[in-house]
Design a protein around this ligand. Structure first.
Ligand SMILES: [Zn+2]
Length: 115
């Protein structure tokens, strides 16, 4: 076997992927860094999406309907959500943390605050 990091021949156990602790640590540190960059970008989008929903809803309402255009103008990113749920009528609720939204009609979005 050849080390994934430095290409040295690996000695010892057959299932080893790295020649040394140093190479192993290097690999995992960089793996974490690469993940952190992408996760941070996605977190930022999700946080902004939540802020947009909160801004539209205000603090008192539990649900409201809004034109899709309003969300688009605020650069809401529809494709990112934290999880989703399909109800018994086949409607898909997209969650952004404690908020959910669904396509009420072609141009209307229903926003719901989950408490
Ligand atoms: Zn190595």
């Amino acid at each position: 076997m050849i080390c994934k990091i430095c290409n040295k021949k690996i000695t010892g156990r057959k299932d080893k992927l790295f020649c040394s602790v140093k190479c192993k640590n290097y690999y995992h540190v960089n793996l974490r860094k690469a993940t952190a960059v992408v996760v941070k970008e996605l977190d930022n989008i999700l946080h902004r999406n939540r802020s947009i929903l909160l801004e539209i809803m205000g603090k008192r309402k539990i649900q409201c309907r809004v034109s899709r255009m309003v969300l688009e103008k605020k650069h809401f990113v529809f494709k990112y959500h934290t999880h989703q749920h399909t109800n018994n009528k086949g409607k898909i609720y997209y969650y952004v943390y404690d908020f959910a939204w669904m396509e009420f009609s072609n141009d209307e979005i229903l926003i719901i605050k989950k408490t």
